[in-house]
Design a binder for this molecule. Structure first.
Ligand code: PGA
Length: 248
């Protein structure tokens, strides 16, 4: 059976002091034999700090973005080769907050995934519908379009990505998709991946959007839910640890 992945997305939260307290508490509470993969996707200024804190702990480091460009006049951006120097294993791409506030299109997201893959970083490709899209019955169309762009640009490398299904209406709202709602979308995504690669079964499809200590077990029990991308609950060590245990 493939290992589940529990990835924390700290978003724009943290400080040197708070990060140290959080990571040390998570490390102290990790199950002795960890049977799932664990990662934290941290703000860029803290990559070096968290790299050191996580060294030798079994917790992998992730960034919250990566540039599609290799280098040059792209003020504010960070390249995959730079991230690699800090031991970054995962890069979130296309988080709904990036799509919404930074105008990231499906094409930009696909190119970011490509830059990550070319440098040995696993892109965690975030997709998901808004409330208006769900209410208009467009969920499947939207998530398939978002994933299709990444498949189109990345060809056979697609088997190396992680997908995160994050319904926008569930992010930070406390409204989680029900396990059945989430599984239904994950099954659609799995079928789409199967049509693109014969290695689709090994691609992890995470659920994200108000996953927490209380609902994680039921969500993670769904056949096509291979882990979670956790925002708010990843900032509280006891909650993050409960989710890790639910996946282990
Ligand atoms: P949330 O965020 O768990 O706070 O809803 C998830 C995410 O945005 O990745």
């Amino acid at each position: 059976m493939k290992k589940k992945l529990i990835a924390g997305n700290w978003k724009m939260n943290g400080s040197l002091a708070a990060n140290e307290t959080l990571v040390k508490a998570v490390v102290a509470g990790l199950p002795a034999s960890l049977t799932c993969d664990v990662a934290v996707c941290v703000p860029a200024p803290y990559l070096a700090q968290v790299q050191t804190l996580c060294a030798g702990t079994g917790i992998d480091l992730g960034s919250q973005d990566v540039s599609a460009q290799a280098s040059g006049a792209f003020t504010g951006e960070m390249s995959a080769t730079m991230l690699k120097e800090f031991g970054v294993r995962y890069a979130l791409v296309g988080h709904s907050e990036r799509r919404q506030y930074h105008g990231e299109t499906d094409e930009v997201v696909a190119n970011k995934a490509k830059a990550a893959l070319a440098n040995g970083i696993t892109p965690v490709v975030c997709i998901g519908e808004t409330l208006a899209e769900r209410e208009a019955g467009q969920t499947e169309v939207v998530v398939k379009r978002q994933l299709a762009a990444v498949i189109h640009t990345n060809g056979h490398c697609i088997s190396e990505i992680v997908v995160a299904y994050e319904p926008v209406w569930a992010i930070g709202t406390g409204k989680t998709a029900s396990p059945e709602q989430a599984q239904a979308v994950h099954a659609v995504l799995r079928a789409q991946l199967k049509a693109a690669t014969d290695k689709a079964d090994r691609i992890k499809i995470l659920y994200g959007g108000s996953m927490n200590a209380a609902n994680a077990k039921e969500l993670l029990a769904q056949p096509d839910i291979d882990g979670g991308l956790i925002g708010g609950a990843a900032l509280k060590a006891p909650d993050f640890l409960t989710i890790i245990r639910a996946a282990a």
